[in-house]
Design a protein around this ligand. Sequence first.
Ligand SMILES: Nc1nc2c(c(=O)[nH]1)N[C@H]1C(S)=C(S)[C@@H](COP(=O)(O)OP(=O)(O)OC[C@H]3O[C@@H](n4cnc5c(=O)[nH]c(N)nc54)[C@H](O)[C@@H]3O)O[C@H]1N2
Ligand SMILES: Nc1nc2c(c(=O)[nH]1)N[C@H]1C(S)=C(S)[C@@H](COP(=O)(O)OP(=O)(O)OC[C@H]3O[C@@H](n4cnc5c(=O)[nH]c(N)nc54)[C@H](O)[C@@H]3O)O[C@H]1N2
Ligand code: SF4
Ligand SMILES: [Mo]
Length: 766
Amino acid sequence: MVAQVHKSACPLCSRNCGITVEVENGQINRIRGDDAHPNTRGYLCQKAARLAYYQNHGERLSSPLKRRVDGSFESISWDQAVREIAERLLQIRNQHGGDAFAFVGGGGQGNHLGAAYSASQLCKAMGSRYIYNSLGQEKTPDFWLNGRLFGDQRCHTTEDVEHADFVLFIGCNPFQSHGIANARDTLRALKKSSDRTMVVVDPRRTETAEQADIHLQLKPGTDAFLMSAMLAIMLRDDLLDREFITQHCTGFEQLEPLLRAVPIADFVQRADVPLAQVEAVARGFANAKAACVRIDLGIQHTLHTTLNGYLEKLLYLLTGNFGKRGGNNLHTYLLPILGNTDERVQKAGQPLKRTQHHQMFPIAGILPPNILPDEILKAGDKRVRAVFVDSSNPLVTYADSAAHAEAFAALDLLVTVDVAMTETARASHYVLPAASQFEKWEAAGFSFEFPDNFFHLRPPVLPPTGQALPEAEIYTRLLEAMGAVPSALPLLRAVARFEPSATQHVLYLTALGLVLSRHPSWRSVAPSIVYRTLGPYLPKGAAAAAPLLLLAKSFVDRYGQAVARAGFSGPIWKRAGKLFDAILKAESGLLVSRHEFAEVWSLLATPDRKVRLAIPEMFRDLAALRAEPEASSDQDYPFVLMAGERRSYNANQILRDPAWRKVDPDGAMRIHPEDARDMGLQDGGVAEVRSRRGAIVVRVLVDDSVRRGMVSLPHGYGMHIQGELPVGPAINRLTQSNDCDPFTKTPYHKYVRVAIRHAETRSDAA
Ligand SMILES: Nc1nc2c(c(=O)[nH]1)N[C@H]1C(S)=C(S)[C@@H](COP(=O)(O)OP(=O)(O)OC[C@H]3O[C@@H](n4cnc5c(=O)[nH]c(N)nc54)[C@H](O)[C@@H]3O)O[C@H]1N2
Ligand SMILES: Nc1nc2c(c(=O)[nH]1)N[C@H]1C(S)=C(S)[C@@H](COP(=O)(O)OP(=O)(O)OC[C@H]3O[C@@H](n4cnc5c(=O)[nH]c(N)nc54)[C@H](O)[C@@H]3O)O[C@H]1N2
Ligand code: SF4
Ligand SMILES: [Mo]
C-alpha cells in the first residue's frame, strides 16, 4: 500500500504544533512538522517524532469494560455499558440529588472537542455543578486574578516573547516545557540579538537559564519577595509608567503605599540573589521599549501562589507593557475552555454553589483536585458518590495518590473514559474506550495568540482501535439513554439535509434558535442535539465538529471586525457560516481573528475598560509578607523537593509506554554534588525520598544545576504499566492534599519538604 500523508497536531503540550503523519498499512511511519500550519510553521520538538507510542502500545483500550467482583475486567457491549451506567447515574441522582455527582477532567493537552459533549452536558443532566480539572491545580489562581483585574475570569493573558526587547521568564523553562511560540527558535533569536535581554528567575540553572543574559537563581518559594522588591525599586526610582496607569488603571493610589513600604534590601536577601542584579533587572525591564513576562508552574506551584500571580501581572501593568507589541496582552477564544464564576457574584439570586466539605468555590468553573478526596470521604450524606473521569489520570497526577485511591475506592460509581488502561481506569467500575486523537476529529482550545489568533480542527488519520468511539458519540449515547437528549428532531434534521453552505448554516442556526426557545431545557444539551442533527450531513464524517457552528456564531458576534480582518467579511449574517465552513476545510488550521494592539482594551470586561488594581485579598497578602517569618530549616525534612520538573522525555501521563523515552528511563532525581556527598549518594545510585506523606525510591543524578538544599524529580512518571511496579518516581505519593494555597487550594508541588537517605536497591521502596 502507498503511504498516505495526513495533517494533524501534536497532543503533548499546549502548543499543539501542526504535524504531518505518514501512514502506511495502518501504521504511523513518520511524523514531521507541518510547514503549512499558520501558527507553528513546521516547528516541532523531539517529543513529537515518536508519537506512534501514543497511538500504539500494550495498554490501548479496545472495548468497554466492566469490573468483576474479584477486580478483573470483562468486555461488554456498548449497549450494555451505556444502559447500565445511565441507570446507575439516574438512580444516584434520584436518591441523593445532583451534587452526589462530580465530573473529573474533560480534555487534556490536545483534545478539547470532546469536552463540548462531556463535563457540562453530563453535569447539567445530573443537576451537579462539580467539575474538577487539572487547571484547578495550577492555573485557577491566575484566572481568579484575571477576573478581578480585567472584569472576567475568561480574560486570559498571553505574552509576545517573539517581539519583546526584554523578557522575564519567572518559574518556567520554555526550552523543555514550551508554552511560548516555537520555543527553542524564539529563545535562540533572543540570545543571538545583542540589543534584547533575557532574564530567568529560577532556583535551577535550567536549559533556558543557560541561554539567558541574567539568571537570578533564587531560593525556592521566595518569588513574592523578589517580585515585590522589583516593583518597589521601580517605584523608588520613578520608573513606572504613570501615564499608562492614569489612563488605563484604577486603584493605584491604594497600592502605592504598600509598594513603598517594601523593605527592598531585606526582601532581596530573603530570595538570596544579588541586589545590584535585581536593580539592573528592574531598571532594564521598566526602561525597555517593549517588555513582557512569561511565568508558569515555578510560581504557581509554590508558596504565595496567588500573590505571585498578582505581582507578576503588576510588573507589566505598572510599566505600561500591556496592549502593545512585545508586551503582555489578552486574546480571543474560539473554544470557550473557561467559564466565569466570581465567588462574590450572586447567580439567579443565589450565592455561587460551594462544595459541601471545604465550602470551596469554583474558579473559571473549575474546582481544585486537592479537595476532592475530602468531598468524597468527609462530606457525610451530601458526599460525592459518583465520578466520571475523562482525559485525566488522577490516581497518578493529583496530589496525594493514597488519599485519591482511598476516596475513589469508596465511590458507588466510578467511570473512566480514556484511550489507555490507566491506574484510574483500573480502579473504575466501568472503563469506556475513547478513540485516540489520531482516530477522530479533534481540536485544542489552547489558542492563546494575539493580535492574530488561530484555530486548528484536525481530521482523523486512522480508523478507531477496536470498538473505541469519539467522546461525542459516547456522551450523546449516554445522555440519550438518560432521557436528556431528545431523539426526534424533525425540523432540525430537515433543515440540516440541505447542501452545506454559508446560507444553509444560517437557516440551520435559525431553526435551532426556534427549537431551543420552545424547549429551553434542551439548551444544556445543544452540542449533542447539533451533533445528531447537523453532524451526519457534514463532509468527511466531521459530525463531532458540528457544535463549532454555534461557537463560530458567538465568535463572530463578539469579535466581528477582527474576524473580518482574518478574511471573513461580507454580510454579517453570513460570516459565522463562512468561518465554520473554512474551519472544516483547513486541515492545517487557519487564522480566525486579527486585532490591532490598541484594541486589546475591547477585550477587557470592566465597564470602563480599565484595569482594577485594587484587590483587597492581595493587599492583605502583600502587607503580610513583611511579618512572615523566614522559613526555618526543618530538621526532619531538610530538603525542598520540586516534584514535577518538565524534561526532554516526559509529557504528563499521555505517553505511557516506557519505550518512548530516549533518555532518563528512571526519571532521576537531581541533587547538588555537595549534598550528594554529605548524604553518601552516588551518581547513578539510588536514594529514598521521604515526605510526611510517603516514601519512594529513586535514581540519583548528581548535578550542580540545582541549589544546595533542593532536589528535583520529573513529572510524567510513576505509572504502573500493566499493573507492574511504577516506572520512575510516583511523585504524588509524596504530596499531601492540604499542602496547598489556602485560598485557591492549588498544590505546592514545587515546595515539598523531604528527607533523603541512601538506599540499596529500587525495590527498597517503602
Ligand atoms: N517536556 C514536557 N513539557 C511539558 C509538560 C511535560 O510534562 N513535559 N507538561 C505541560 C504542562 S501540563 C505544563 S502546566 C507546563 C509547565 O511548564 P513549566 O512550568 O515551565 O515546567 P516545570 O519544569 O514544571 O517548572 C518550571 C520551573 O519552575 C522552577 N521552579 C521551581 N520552584 C521555583 C520557585 O520557587 N520559583 C521559581 N521562580 N521557579 C521555581 C523549576 O526549576 C522549573 O525550571 O509544561 C507543559 N509542557
Ligand atoms: N506532583 C505533581 N503533580 C502534577 C504536576 C506536577 O508538576 N507535579 N503537574 C500537574 C499538571 S500542570 C497537569 S496539567 C496534570 C496533568 O495530569 P492529568 O490531568 O491527569 O492529564 P494527563 O496526564 O495529560 O492525562 C491525560 C489522560 O488522557 C488520556 N488521553 C489521551 N488522549 C485522549 C483522548 O483523546 N480522549 C480521552 N478520553 N483520553 C485521552 C491519556 O491516556 C491520559 O490517561 O498533572 C498535574 N500533576
Ligand atoms: S510537545 Fe513539542 S512538538 Fe508537541 S506540541 Fe509541544 S512543542 Fe510542539
Ligand atoms: Mo499543566
